[in-house]
Every structure is written in structure tokens, then in C-alpha cells.
Design a binder for this molecule. Structure first.
Ligand SMILES: C[S@@+](CC[C@H](N)C(=O)[O-])C[C@H]1O[C@@H](n2cnc3c(N)ncnc32)[C@H](O)[C@@H]1O
Length: 189
């Protein structure tokens, strides 16, 4: 009887731990901008196939469980990928998945606010963020990304930027491709 009660108590503690960490993660994500919503796997594949060049340095700002970067490195294993995630729960999931990923040396995850990350070395950003957060991020992208860097956003466009290409493979789910020009002003509509 004592053993059964102990197992039961342990189960309750584990469930509480997961619920609490989900709740704390949701609070942190929302405080910093966007909630943690994963891109559906079908959309991940489409987004990776939409990459127009051979990337060298890839970043996902707000990487969640890292699914975009795992898919990107599986297709471009010579590239390096960096994922930045503020919420502890998806960050933990990303690190656990990295542990069993064959090209794990190519990917690094950081629990960090992406507004404090220098972007100068990246030639490809993969973003699944809402337009209001993309609007706040746009000046940083303009200032720091090198010429010819590409940005692909899922579902939401960068407000007031003109996309090079818009791809609409799924109903209500567009992908937007942007390229940083020499003069970043050329990006503006
Ligand atoms: C819509 S989810 C996208 C997750 C992942 N990129 C995907 O496609 O599955 C946005 C993520 O951005 C994270 N986030 C929001 N603001 C952030 C910030 N300032 N710094 C780091 N991560 C942030 C949230 O915690 C959330 O996990």
C-alpha cells in the first residue's frame, strides 16, 4: 500500500512539474512577445524547401523546440545553426532533441532574449513570429544583418517590408522571403 501511495505521489509531482514549467514558459514567452506555438511539421518542410541558397550561418529567433533548425541542418549539414529561445520549457526540449540529433555539433541553442543577440554573422534567419513582434525586430534586422542575408518568415509578413517572394502552399499559411540589400532602404515599400 505504501509503495502504491509513493508511486501515485511521485506521478502527481511529475505532472505538477510539467504543468508548472508549461505555465511559467507560457508567461515568459508572452511577456517577451509571442506565445510558444510550434510550426506544424508539414509547414516546416515547406519552409526549408523554400530556402533559396546554400546557407552558412542560420538562426531561428524564438526557436521553440528547434524543429526548424533540425530540419535546416538535416538538409544543409555543412551549415551552422543557432537557436535563441527565452522560455525554459521549449529550450529544454530543444536541448534534449539536440542530444540525439546526428549533426548536433552543427546546432547550438541559447536561452536568451534575441533582441540582445548580434546578428552580423547570419546569412539566413528562419522566423515564426507574429507581425507585431516582427515590426519591433525589423530595425535590428536592417541594422545588423549583412547584405544578401535572407529572412524567411512563416505565416506573418514583416510589416512595411516588401517581400522578394510570397509562397502560399497551404490555405491561410504564407511564407515570405526577404533579402537584405546593400542599401537596406530598398527593402521598404
Ligand atoms: C511562435 S513560437 C515559434 C517557435 C519555433 N520557431 C517554431 O517554428 O516552431 C515563438 C517563440 O519565440 C519565443 N520568443 C518570443 N520572444 C522572444 C525573445 N525576445 N527572445 C527569445 N525568444 C522569444 C517564444 O517563447 C516562442 O517559443
Amino acid at each position: 500500500m505504501l509503495i502504491i501511495s509513493s508511486i501515485f505521489l511521485l506521478l502527481i509531482l511529475i505532472i505538477d512539474f510539467f504543468l508548472l514549467s508549461h505555465f511559467i514558459s507560457a508567461l515568459i514567452s508572452t511577456h517577451y512577445g509571442d506565445p510558444y506555438v510550434s510550426l506544424p511539421s508539414s509547414a516546416v518542410k515547406i519552409m526549408i524547401d523554400f530556402i533559396p541558397h546554400q546557407p552558412q550561418q542560420i538562426a531561428d529567433l524564438g526557436c521553440g523546440d528547434g524543429r526548424l533548425l533540425f530540419a535546416a541542418i538535416s538538409k544543409f549539414p555543412q551549415a551552422q545553426a543557432s537557436g535563441y529561445e527565452i522560455a525554459p520549457w521549449p529550450y529544454l526540449k530543444a536541448q534534449l532533441k539536440r542530444f540525439v540529433f546526428p549533426y548536433r555539433q552543427q546546432i547550438k541553442f541559447y536561452r536568451q532574449n534575441f533582441f540582445s543577440v548580434p546578428l552580423n554573422d547570419f546569412d539566413l534567419l528562419l522566423l515564426y513570429l507574429t507581425s507585431s513582434l516582427l515590426k519591433k525586430l525589423a530595425p535590428k534586422l536592417e541594422k545588423e544583418l549583412p547584405p544578401r542575408a535572407r529572412i524567411i518568415t512563416a505565416r506573418y509578413p514583416i510589416p512595411q517590408w516588401k517581400a522578394e517572394k510570397v509562397f502560399s502552399p497551404l490555405p491561410g499559411f504564407n511564407f515570405y522571403l526577404y533579402e537584405i540589400k546593400k542599401s537596406n532602404l530598398a527593402l521598404k515599400q
